[in-house]
Ligand binder design. Structure first.
Ligand SMILES: NC(=O)C1=CN([C@@H]2O[C@H](COP(=O)(O)OP(=O)(O)OC[C@H]3O[C@@H](n4cnc5c(N)ncnc54)[C@H](OP(=O)(O)O)[C@@H]3O)[C@@H](O)[C@H]2O)C=CC1
Ligand SMILES: CC(=O)N[C@@H](CCC(=O)OP(=O)(O)O)C(=O)O
Length: 342
């Protein structure tokens, strides 16, 4: 079987490492380049000890040195927008894991990221297969969703599309790997272990991304409140989605069946049997988004829980799912592993 050549830019980081972990077993992929500016020439296992037997060395990310069918850009926002256009000019299809190309309205990007966009003319397809599968097939540039965004929108879509709610409150807890490989004051062990930290209250940059995506559905004006919390685990995002039902004649079974029907053909969205409550621990390492714990009380309070691994369905796994769709591979290729438990 012929294979496509892949480049992973920013492979010294966490999502880059996760792309390698998943792609080494992908039947249709040859990993041709893994880049790091600081670690050129070194074995990848020096930074990613889980990749001990993987025969790959870091090279530099200069676009003139990269000739690949698909480029995964696992760079910080701001850095990605400088290099992605050059990979596209080289003829590669690009999947960008950063926030640089996720917004259709560039003013939103500049306001929420506080950066001047240097390529506002470049358009991308928002890489949520559950929303945009057909557009993803022909895309040359995919903007992979933010990690919180995936769990948030998948827990919301059925009730927003069916106009069962008009405002949603998303309470999300993230593992520390969401902050990337370089420690910050918040992710320093003594600060984040044995602690829970709410942050970016009412101003996290994933808020406008969630709003933009959900407002393509239903009435088009759902209101969204989103608050992230840093919790002392390594991987995972658990989102508790609160809302109030606008209709009285709907039962909890109706809502559960709506979710189950909505996602019945999705390979990576698991609406849990018997409406079990999703656990962070049961999606770790997998590309699954688990949904369940759907509850409704007699004052119309509705709660839906979702769980993903931020590094997999929240980043690298979803990026590979997008690649599989773009290249007409089996959508689950390289992603069939179930989560780790416990
Ligand atoms: N961590 C997560 O859970 C998620 C992250 N994302 C997004 O994915 C992207 C990557 O995240 P993550 O892996 O966590 O980040 P990391 O900080 O762990 O890694 C980023 C890598 O990019 C490289 N890099 C940094 N600046 C530049 C630059 N100016 N030019 C070239 N290379 C550069 C660095 O490698 P070196 O210095 O060695 O060259 C670094 O290792 C980010 O945009 C992030 O927001 C999205 C969803 C989830
Ligand atoms: C725990 C933690 O710090 N998480 C990061 C989310 C990282 C991410 O996915 O953000 P982008 O891809 O949109 O840059 C944060 O809240 O900023």
């Amino acid at each position: 079987m012929s294979k496509i050549d892949v480049a992973i830019i920013g492979a010294s980081g966490y999502t880059g490492g996760e792309l390698m972990r998943l792609l080494i077993n992908h039947p249709n992929v040859n990993i041709k380049y893994v880049t790091s500016r600081k670690n050129k020439g070194e074995d990848v296992s020096n930074l990613h000890p889980n990749l001990e037997d993987v025969d790959l060395k870091f090279s530099n990310p200069n676009p003139e040195d990269i000739d690949a069918d698909v480029v995964f850009s696992a760079l910080p926002h701001g850095a990605s927008m400088k290099l992605v256009p050059q990979y596209l000019e080289n003829g590669s299809r690009v999947i960008d894991l950063s926030g640089d190309f996720r917004f259709s309205n560039i003013e939103d990007y500049e306001k929420w990221y506080n950066i001047k966009h240097i390529h506002p003319e470049i358009e991308a397809v928002f890489g949520s297969p559950e929303i945009n599968r057909e557009k993803i097939r022909d895309a040359t540039l995919i903007a992979n969703p933010g990690c919180f965004v995936t769990g948030a929108i998948l827990s919301s879509l059925p009730i927003v599309e069916n106009e069962l709610v008009d405002r949603i409150i998303l309470d999300s807890k993230s593992g520390v790997s969401g902050a990337g490989v370089n420690p910050t004051a918040s992710s320093h062990y003594p600060t984040c272990a044995d602690n829970i930290k709410p942050y970016s209250i009412t101003n996290h940059r994933h808020t406008p991304e969630i709003r933009e995506q959900l407002r393509n559905f239903g009435s088009g004006n759902v209101k969204v409140s989103f608050t992230p919390h840093l919790v002392p685990v390594i991987r995972g995002i658990l989102t508790t989605n609160h809302s109030f039902l606008l209709k009285d004649d709907v039962s909890v079974d109706d809502i559960y069946n709506l979710y189950a029907e909505y996602y019945k053909d999705e390979p990576f969205v698991q609406v849990l049997k018997d409406n079990k409550i999703p656990l962070l621990a049961s999606v770790r390492g997998s590309n699954n988004c688990q949904i369940g714990g759907i509850s409704l009380d007699d004052e119309d309070q509705l709660v839906v829980i979702s769980a993903i691994d931020n590094l997999v369905k929240g980043a690298s796994g979803q990026a590979i799912q997008n690649m599989n769709i773009m290249f007409n591979f089996d959508e689950t290729a390289g992603l069939k592993n179930v989560g780790l438990y416990p």
